[in-house]
Design a protein around this ligand. Sequence first.
Ligand code: DGJ
Length: 745
Amino acid sequence: MKNILKIRVAVMILGTIVVAGLSAYRSLGQAGRGQTFRLDGGDVTYEFGVNERGELQAIYWGEKLGAHDAVVAAHSMPEMASFDSPGTTTPQEYAAWGAGLFTEPGLKISFADGNRDLVLHFVSSHATAGNYEILMKDISREIRVTLRYSMDAESGILARSAVIENRDKAAVVVEQAAAAQWTLPAARYTVSYLTGRWGGEWTLNQEPIQGGSRVIESRRGSTGHQANPWFAISRDDSGKTVGPLSAGEEHGEVWFGALAWSGSWRITVERTQLDAVRVTGGFNPFDFGYKLNPGEKMETPIFYGGYSNHGLGGASRLLHHYELVHILPTAPNPKPRPVIYNSWEATEFRVDEAGQEALAEKAASIGVDRFVMDDGWFGQRKDDHAGLGDWYVNKEKFPNGLKPLIDKVHSLGMDFGLWVEPEMINPDSDLYRKHPDWVLNFPGRPRSESRNQLVLNLARPDVRDYVEGFLDKILSENDIAFLKWDYNRNWSEPGWDAVPVDEQKKVYVEFVGNLYAILADLRKKHPKIEIESCSGGGGRVDLGILRYTDEVWPSDNTDPYDRLSMQNGFSYAYTPQVMMAWVTDSPHWGNNRATSLTYRMLSSMDGSLGIGANLNKWSAEDFATAKRLIAAYHAVQKTIVQGELYRLISPRDGSEFSATESVSGDRGQAVVFAYADATIQGRGFPLLELQGLDPDARYKLAFIEGKALSGTLETASGDWWMHHGISLDLRGDFQAASFRLDREK
Ligand code: DGJ
């Protein structure tokens, strides 16, 4: 008892977590019946416990409870009818498929003797500040599952994952393994999730959670453009008032989660027959089968979950901050991204020394920080038919290697970045002619090409070594600050015939594990390197890859108007710090939409700015405009990309107006972007009532672009800007304005 007290006191002194009724490590004959666990962080409390049946059961997740409130012990649900036993009606923390479970399982295993029943009961727990490890075991077999919980003291975001271990005498196959399951009590909810396609990522979908399941997933071997592993669930009624009270952008309860996995994944949002909501996420069980020999274990990805009482806006601000401080490779202090120039839309595959140097000179003249040469510099790469896999510099295009171009870029005051697509191979390449067995394939079956390329099987140790080897060589031989790491197709025929048949499906896990390992090794060997995750746009954006990459390419669609709604969708899950946004040419190649350079600049400045236009076609006026706006951007970039984001007016649902506001962490500065897509029947731009300012401080207004209607004060209190608001003089088609507010000293 004394020890228990000591631990409780010590943990409370840390000020972040209260551990209720728990010894630091204890293994119980009675398997902890009635034992409870509590995690506190930010404004959030998370509780679970062991019920009288020995199952681990969800108890509470939401607004922080009183520090001394006792955790009420978990009690299983009764049998509803002969069709629904407590095993399925009780909301288990991590339910295994067995004993009549009909809701989504967290874990499903096949045993060598034909048994497929698995029932996990609590064994023991281990606690450190903000963390729990809970050991569970099957009621008779030696299958052990360790559930990991780690609560961030500041945001209350909880990281959950599971380790599955086979201590039995025979091998087993894990057929389904979630990272975590989350439970919310019966109420009316709306689920938000992101879907899309190539060139059209980041559509926010919102719908009521009704009976049954909503599945979002990728079966593609990678994260995918079509759905992103993020969800948010808003509570539709407060339970305290009569009538609907929908959780909105800035009010109401929201639970959210993001899965840190860059392979095939699945998130199931399920409303049970008792109206509870269960969210299960982890490896996609489709075509899954991970063999565990005796003594082996496997680890799931991490599923992060959080709660906000300030609507979807509050939820995304928590997540952004968490990404900056805990996820990104340079966390907790990632530098705002350099403003880049990228050659792709200007030259496509037609890169050469003289052409790139000419672009570099022009890019430097407007204040670009980093020059990135895209596809086309290697092997026999003239178009997308050949070259992938042959990572030597093309001698016709660069007779003296990359050094002259890199030196030139440096002499212009920029650093140098290079495009690579390491996991891919063209059949027309020396590498494929030498190693046709290195690609994902089923022997004797066709190998489906996309963009004339096949996928190297990165799960193979020899492929892994080759990929890491050539990247290490390029980085060792050249002064390169940045890699744009591309990935331009999904898997087909995902066979791995070099290993026994019952090991082959491990490809879904080992491929991604090796990708992460290569990225980690490269960063260790070349500590200054920065990396972008690109997959034909936003096909590989998730919290897994973001642990190793500094930024992402959200979409190949660079149309500045399309980008506004995509950037809006993106911002629900990911911080603007990682959201690269290029200014490209007008009319746009995709929509044939003509827009002014100012509009294009402002659309891209509302994220991490890049220039991807053909500078050879720019006028003197274009150069002057870009130079002025890049300088203005540099001055406020940190607030835009690392500040607190308020989506003041959403561009969704046919709105002809939209606006964002970012407020610096110390509330000393706010930056606003406003866009009018069309003025209809003379309607003016809506009044902008700002948010998140210090009400008592005085802020001075300065326009980066555009102007306010007359009568706007130049200096006023935070209260005034937030309540009186500001009316912009913004009319016409595809017009944009931006201003900053700076707190007076
Ligand atoms: C797809 C990327 O998204 C583009 O930006 C460009 O790098 C091309 N690949 C190059 O092949």
